[in-house]
Design a protein. Structure first.
Length: 462
């Protein structure tokens, strides 16, 4: 217990940055003795901005959402070579910052989970204590999911028991040995945390007060995303439906001001579709993303009456386009990485289709799309077979969720396992062609070399 308290003290003194926690630290006459003494202080640790802003965005440089000219690629800031490497799928890409920020957030969650059950706090209700514990479980699961999508091979039932996933730590003791779990153990751990969080978290029947704090709907939504990445469609359907039963609001894009098509931010932060607000603020140079030009095939796939076209993109002086439809309400240098209802509708729609429920699948798809098209111009999508429905749903998923880091990367990884949907990605820079084939080992990034040196765990193969 003494070692645990030492770790708690270190984390509190180093990582707490919210105003409430600053006041707490300033009020202490002896900072060396600062340890959490209330549930509210543990909540303060979880309200640290890094807990909802350290999601991984580098995969948007590796997927097919954008292209970067050679001059812009060459001009990426000194010190951000990993961004250049990720764009051309350099096999030695080193993502130390992404790794460190994710595990830092996991450490904060572990600190809370390591002490909360033993806390006796007469100023806090059981419901408030449960909410804090549920938040910590959600955050730990969310960051392990992010790490798994980048540093662990895609989930495949045939190999999940035998190939390495990521290191899992369930305590804040930094001296505990680092052991790398299998892919199956990794996903089982995440699922366990999310399921354990559900009965503890509050349920939102309207827009939550703090969208940066997890809710029951957020855990359902992340479970549906996780199961989709595993191609476990019955469970993805179950949890997407559970999420939408709690919260299913969609914005009508006809109500969004698109008069000025050059407007940078048509969507506000914490908009009505956001279930859980999260962003990627660290680990990737902002100007790298703003240099990215929208893939021409993606841009041309939108109908002239599809309001996502003017809502998502703005023209560049050279005739190309850049992305502006960020649900974070800011320039894309700080992209939205959270959970929103449009994604959950698309998960449920795809899962219906994969179970042969074409009517239900197309109904969900049309309920989403009618809110995206100019009023009076939308003709409902139809499909007579499972294959036709699935093809249309995946196409709309590509268009709706573009430039939400990790989602397209996750889709490429999971769909590459099916030869019907596998694609080869190509880049050309200064006359050199770079290629990423389906199921290439580079769909799994290397664990940072410094981590390998310190922990002696296995490196991902190349």
């Amino acid at each position: 217990m003494q070692r645990l308290i030492i770790n708690v003290m270190l984390v509190l003194l180093v990582t707490l940055s919210t105003s409430s926690c600053k006041k707490y630290l300033e009020a202490s006459s002896d900072k060396s003795l600062v340890i959490p003494t209330s549930i509210k202080e543990l909540q303060g640790l979880l309200d640290n901005e890094k807990m909802f802003s350290s999601y991984i965005s580098v995969s948007d440089l590796s997927n097919d959402n954008m292209y970067i000219s050679y001059s812009d690629w060459s001009a990426i800031e000194s010190g951000w070579k990993p961004n250049q490497d990720a764009y051309i799928w350099n096999p030695i890409t080193d993502l130390t910052i992404d790794w460190a920020n994710a595990y830092s957030s996991i450490l904060n969650a572990n600190v809370v989970l390591g002490v909360i059950d033993d806390f006796i706090d007469t100023t806090t209700t059981i419901a408030e204590k449960n909410q804090v514990k549920g938040c910590a479980l959600f955050y730990r699961a969310a960051y392990y999911y992010e790490l798994a999508q980048h540093f662990s091979p895609p989930y495949s039932p045939a190999s999940a028991q035998s190939v390495y996933g990521i290191p899992l730590k369930s305590s804040p003791n930094v001296e505990d040995p680092t052991i790398r779990a299998t892919v199956q153990q990794t996903y089982d751990f995440i699922i366990h945390d999310l399921k354990a969080s559900i009965p503890l978290l509050s349920s939102i029947q309207a827009e939550p007060t703090y969208k940066t704090r997890p809710s029951k709907a957020a855990s359902y939504g992340l479970l549906s995303r996780l199961y989709l990445s595993m191609s476990d469609y019955p469970n993805a359907l179950l949890y997407s439906d559970s999420c939408l039963t709690i919260y299913n609001t969609l914005m009508d894009y006809n109500d969004i001001s698109l008069v000025d098509t050059n407007s940078n931010t048509p969507f506000r932060k914490f908009n009505a579709e956001v279930i859980f607000q999260a962003i990627s603020r660290y680990g990737i140079a902002g100007s790298t993303l703003t240099r990215g030009k929208v893939d021409t095939i993606l841009y041309d796939s939108y109908d002239v009456n599809d309001l996502r076209k003017p809502a998502y993109f703005r023209p560049n002086p050279d005739g190309s386009f850049r992305f502006k439809g960020n649900y974070n309400g800011s320039a894309y240098s700080i992209p939205f990485t959270g959970i929103a209802t449009d994604e959950i509708y698309l998960i449920r729609s795809e899962c219906y289709a994969r179970q042969g429920k074409v009517t239900e699948a197309i109904t969900d798809l049309n309920n989403l799309l009618i809110t995206r098209w100019r009023a009076g111009t939308f003709s409902p999508i139809t499909a007579s077979t499972t294959e036709e429905a699935l093809s249309k749903i995946l196409q709309e998923r590509r268009k709706e969720l573009c430039f939400r880091p990790s989602l397209r990367w996750m889709d490429l990884r999971r769909l590459n396992l099916d030869s019907n949907y596998a694609i080869t990605l190509n880049r050309e820079l200064n006359g050199i062609v770079y290629t990423l084939s389906p199921n290439d080992l580079r769909y799994t990034y290397l664990i940072p070399s410094s981590v390998i040196e310190m922990s002696r765990i296995e490196q991902n193969p190349r």
